[in-house]
Design a protein. Structure first.
Length: 278
């Protein structure tokens, strides 16, 4: 995050926002700047990706599904837009620790070994975070946690891409926590971290976009939109984020209904046929 902070300081905060008496190293300034960056970047990534997905990938015929709420996409956007600033309050202290040098983030790549480690660390990041998110997500389905924290996200039984960030702030932060923990435990290149940050947001939108197309050879391993749609519908299955591994280990794996031909769109078509018949 210090890369983003340095760029914003150079081109925006220093020349236009802060007085000269507040140096770039001043901790109050850093915290405020990180909060602004986190909120604006978080909301912008969410809106850009979800809007693109909604208009070009999501099948909008699903808005006629009997479990699709009236004005649902607007409700999802409103809920996410209210939650993101509060999620940032929890996240900024971790970014601040990174900027202050307490993480294991690094710059510089030396030779083939350096590039190999970058590739390996990206895979390690996905495996590590997938494991932790599985257990956190499953824990959020505990009766009390679900009622007060996670239930709002399951309001969207037939989600659109805009549901991707429509979490209770505590829920959203807890499920993002593994991404922030990783660089405090394992070495990770700073640019890799930024790329993975964007990838995670893209992936979160993609598993809510209703696009079930996955190459056949990846279906046993990748937790995609088909798996996550069943999670929204049936609650107690497919808690994983990227892979199916921990659902299989934890006994919560459900083969996606969409892969069995039980598509949500058929419910829409069936409803339409009934209305024509009446």
């Amino acid at each position: 995050m210090d890369i983003a902070l340095e760029a914003c300081d150079r081109y925006f905060f220093s020349p236009y926002i802060y007085p000269e008496s507040w140096p770039e190293s001043y901790w109050v300034r850093q915290v405020l700047s990180l909060y602004i960056i986190t909120v604006i970047s978080g909301w912008s990534l969410y809106m850009l990706q979800a809007t693109f997905s909604y208009f070009f990938i999501f099948d909008r015929r699903l808005e006629k599904h009997p479990q699709f709420l009236e004005n649902q996409s607007r409700l999802e956007i409103a809920y996410a837009s209210k939650s993101i600033p509060f999620m940032a309050l929890f996240t900024v202290p971790l970014f601040f620790l990174e900027v202050r040098g307490y993480s294991r983030l690094y710059m510089g790549i030396s030779g083939v070994a350096g590039w190999s480690f970058v590739a390996l660390s990206a895979v390690s990041f996905l495996m590590f975070t997938d494991c932790l998110i599985y257990w956190i997500h499953k824990g959020l389905h505990n009766r009390l946690a679900y009622k007060y924290i996670h239930k709002p996200h399951h309001k969207w039984k037939v989600p659109t891409p805009f549901a991707s960030h429509a979490f209770h702030p505590v829920d959203g932060f807890l499920q993002s926590l593994p991404y922030h923990i990783y660089p405090f435990i394992f070495p990770l290149h700073k640019l890799t971290y930024l790329v993975l940050f964007v990838f995670v947001n893209v992936w979160t939108v993609s598993i809510h976009d209703g696009d079930y197309k996955v190459p056949d050879f990846l279906r046993p391993f990748v937790n995609g939109a088909a798996h996550h749609t069943d999670h929204h519908l049936f609650y107690t299955c497919n808690y994983g984020q990227f892979f199916t591994l921990w659902d299989r280990i934890g006994g919560s794996f459900k083969y996606p209904s969409a892969f069995e031909g039980k598509l949500l769109l058929k419910d829409v078509q069936g409803r339409g046929n009934k209305e024509k018949g009446s």
